[in-house]
Design a binder for this molecule. Structure first.
Ligand SMILES: [Zn+2]
Length: 97
């Protein structure tokens, strides 16, 4: 792991997404929030913010993501590690006072 050598903002999320979802038909855009459509074939759209990803998810729910949409759509935060910790801060942390 050489993650610490990377600077926030220059991470190539598209490339990372390809290493994570090798079977994807296509992966479009860039950003840590991946909108996955598991319908028919796997397609992935990357977004800079979770809000954009949610908006896109709502759109493809209405319109369908492709010819055979099963409404099997999922947002994955690629910054989120398996242990639940954020790789980098996405949103300002709300302090529990
Ligand atoms: Zn779909």
């Amino acid at each position: 792991m050489n993650e610490s050598a990377q600077v926030v903002g220059v991470i190539d999320w598209n490339r990372r997404a390809w290493t994570r979802w090798r079977r994807a038909r296509w992966i479009d855009g860039n950003g840590p929030f991946a909108l996955l459509a598991h319908c028919d074939v796997l397609t992935v759209t990357l977004h800079a913010t979770v809000e954009e990803a949610e908006k896109d998810k709502a759109t493809i729910k209405r319109t369908g993501c492709g010819a055979r949409c099963l409404n099997s759509h999922e947002i994955v935060n690629m910054r989120r590690r398996k242990n639940g910790a954020e790789e980098e801060t996405v949103h300002p942390i709300a302090l529990d006072l």
